[in-house]
Design a binder for this molecule. Sequence first.
Ligand SMILES: Nc1ncnc2c1ncn2[C@@H]1O[C@H](COP(=O)(O)OP(=O)(O)OP(=O)(O)O)[C@@H](O)[C@H]1O
Ligand SMILES: [Mg+2]
Length: 345
Amino acid sequence: MTASSTSTLPVAITATGLTKSYGDKPVLKGIDLSIPEGTVFAMLGPNGAGKTTTVQILSTLIAADSGQARVAGHDLVRDADAVRAAIGVTGQFSAVDNLLTAEENLLLMADLHHLDRREGRRRAAGLLRRFDLTEVARKPVVTFSGGMRRKLDLAMTLVGDPRVIFLDEPTTGLDPRSRRTMWEIIRGLVADDGVTIFLTTQYLDEADQLADRIAVLDHGALVAEGTAEELKRRIPGGHIRLRFADAAGLDAATDLFGVAAPDREALTLQVPSDGGVPTLRAVLAVLDDASIEPEGLTVHTPDLDDVFLTLTGHSGSGHSGSGHSGFGHPGSGERAGAAAKESIR
Ligand SMILES: Nc1ncnc2c1ncn2[C@@H]1O[C@H](COP(=O)(O)OP(=O)(O)OP(=O)(O)O)[C@@H](O)[C@H]1O
Ligand SMILES: [Mg+2]
């Protein structure tokens, strides 16, 4: 059991050792999860990593080959009906019926949830308002844009008042404005309703914007887990940039840290760093001991793109092997990469 050690919140989703194969092809190779209630968890991964498969298993659509999971307090296998009653799923491919109007789609969902007529209408009207779809409520969905369709899709999920919501790539294909609208809606669900969100995405900024914790899935295995900040700190490419008042200060510091490439024009020196406070403190202590006073400093942590590319190894990251030899990095980029592969639960 991976009881959450980082949080005292009750847990909405736990999983241990989930596996799934199609034929002789392993698709999930033992997934462990622990997701506190009222938080957003993002599963980040490239095409074919196994994101949709994970969502399908956790939402009882397909069975895992092995492993256990509890969702909203219920065992996935023994209490599948109770899990279904507590969750909402918005799939990668929309469940919206194009020939019906927005309102009809919502009323159909209300029927499926056995709400009586009046309650169904009340809830549909409320959701149309909330998602800014009231004006188009009576129009067939076939006339909707992709963004409107996504909103309706999510609204349909909410008819059943779920405590845990699975969103499989909720913003893929949306323009930047519609994505932002969707993000606001998702944030609102957590802040106002206290629901737990499990979302999958290929967009690093989406995970960065929304998620309390992020897991990186690659070839069916979780290769890292943590907050966006934790993940970024584990990737080579971070540095502390020290700015000096004069060349003397810069030269002294350059000698001290033994790093190459001071910028003599800007009077700055980049010291490799994991971006953590202890490293920052240590750098300042070294300067202090030598009575060198920097004029200013900035801390750069790599962005999630760096993390993703490094961890999934799907591209020659511009940061790898960048010659960082110094401070705050006990080893080479390779070692830091290996460290990043450890789960940081
Ligand atoms: N029903 C199935 N039969 C056989 N193979 C499948 C089936 N469903 C998924 N797979 C395979 O499992 C792997 C993971 O698929 P999955 O849909 O979970 O990936 P994903 O991370 O959601 O990808 P994407 O980002 O493209 O949506 C893929 O290699 C896929 O081909
Ligand atoms: Mg998918």
